[in-house]
Design a protein around this ligand. Structure first.
Ligand code: EPZ
Length: 419
């Protein structure tokens, strides 16, 4: 397996382009199943999860092709209603195939995605919603078979938790349902609004995306569209923290700072100099940072996808801070690996107590999940000496050409092919 070698100590300087959002492109690609017409999706990042999704669309019967950052999902004929384990196990977001296939075919068999490193990742909220729309759910042999042969019906659906994926799945299912659906306690992430924008271009009738209540009035048919994916706010935040941890001076281009307000506020509170100009974010380290506590929350709170990266930064900021995780039940797998760098951190329940140290020392470390991997790379960038990052296939799922972008900013980082 490939690994990344970093020799720490370089200050990141210069400019990079932020790629399209992985977590927006995924539901948007699944949404192309809602029409037999061609859809052209732009600003799609080149990532393992995107390749998995394009392969998935082709398997289901929607001919899709990615060329540079454009995916063309062409005219489709008969769609297949079965999503097999070997596709679903690669990427949990495959559950987003449920909404479109239920809407189009009235049936879908999806292998249960199973958990992952950061938690059990159940899909009860998704399934309860489909039931309320008149679907029948059967769990058998590791598959969930969902049927609604007389079509889905609009319903008022109140979520017990503002699940991102469940919000997306219900938006996809209800776009072609009979009647009106209201999602109450919907997720408000920018990726939800981006999906709604694309569905409206296809002819869907949706209002309230980005707020707690989303209303979808089902229509008969949806047409093809052309849509550009929003910038990846998690990638942007990761590079802002990379700049902070290396005491650098970096300009991020193709960004949308309004999607990152809480992270930007916390970085400014800590002492980073941040200037926003249209779609650029200029980040400059000007003085020793102060420790700042964070508690992850649903949007617009501090993103759980930035928790690990923030923790890495606090490990080298003098003073004590607390990082509290409230979204996932097991998202501290990076703590043990950060301790290998010499970080002074300990877990107590769903919080991690951090005492900043003067310096970290490079070490061989192992990636457990995508964002934990990002945190280990950040630690390697500022650690003294050499860091070897193993199992970097997790990183390839969510960061486009990570080591190329960091090298462009002056980092001493390279990918070594497996021997
Ligand atoms: C999306 O996952 C993102 N993935 C995640 O990003 C992100 O961390 C998460 O939202 C929260 O913001 C994509 O968009 C592809 P949830 P999703 O449903 O939809 C529980 C990354 O690093 N839950 O909002 O799976 C669940 O167990 C990834 O890019 C239920 O209990 O997140 C978790 O504790 C990681 N039952 C919490 O809700 C359900 O039916 C948040 O899950 C659904 C979720």
């Amino acid at each position: 397996m490939d690994k990344i070698i970093i020799t720490g100590g370089r200050q990141l300087k210069g400019g990079i382009n932020i790629s399209g959002s992985k977590n927006s492109a995924l539901p948007i690609l699944f949404a192309t199943l809602l029409t037999d017409e061609e859809c052209k999706i732009k600003n799609v990042p080149t990532l393992a999860d995107i390749k998995t999704t394009v392969d998935f669309l082709n398997f289901i019967g929607k001919p899709a092709l990615k060329n540079k950052d454009i995916v063309k999902a062409g005219k489709s004929k008969k769609l297949n209603h079965i999503a097999p384990y070997d596709l679903v196990r690669k990427m949990r977001a495959s559950v987003l195939v449920m909404g479109p296939l239920l809407a189009r075919l009235g049936e879908v068999d999806v292998s249960l995605p199973g958990g992952c490193a950061i938690g059990a990742r159940p899909i009860d909220i998704h399934l309860d919603a489909f039931k309320q729309m008149g679907a029948n759910i059967e769990l058998k042999d590791g598959y969930v078979k969902i049927t609604a042969y007389s079509g889905l019906k609009g319903a008022d659906i109140e979520f017990r938790f503002a699940s991102v994926g469940a919000t997306e799945n219900v938006m996809l299912a209800s776009a072609l349902a009979k009647g009106t659906t209201r999602i109450i306690n919907a997720a408000k992430e920018p990726e939800i609004s981006d999906l709604a924008d694309m569905l409206v271009k296809m002819g869907a009738k949706i209002s309230g995306a980005g707020t707690k209540i989303i209303t979808i009035e089902g229509v008969e048919k949806l047409s093809g569209c052309c849509h550009e994916v929003i910038p990846d706010r998690i990638e942007a935040a990761t590079y802002m923290i990379a700049t902070a941890i290396t005491k650098g001076d970096v300009t991020l281009k193709h960004t949308n700072a309004s999607h990152l307000s809480d992270v930007i506020d916390k970085l400014i509170q800590s002492g980073l100099n941040i200037k926003i100009k249209e779609n650029e974010i200029k980040v400059k380290w000007v003085k020793d940072l102060k420790p700042i506590n964070v508690k992850t929350e649903i949007y617009p709170g501090f993103p759980t996808d930035i928790q690990a990266q923030w923790m890495a930064l606090m490990c080298v900021v003098k003073g004590s801070s607390i990082v509290e995780e409230t979204v996932f039940e097991n998202r501290f797998l990076h703590v043990g690996e950060l301790q290998r760098f010499g970080a002074d951190i300990r877990i107590e329940g769903n919080s991690v107590y951090v005492n900043g140290v003067d310096k970290l020392s490079g070490a061989p470390v192992m990636v457990s999940d995508l964002r934990a991997g990002a945190a280990l790379v950040l630690a390697g960038l500022c650690a003294v000496g050499k860091t070897e990052v193993l199992r970097i296939y997790h990183l390839d799922r969510g960061y486009e050409t990570l080591e190329k972008k960091l090298r462009k900013l002056g980092a001493n980082i390279k990918r070594v092919k497996a021997d």
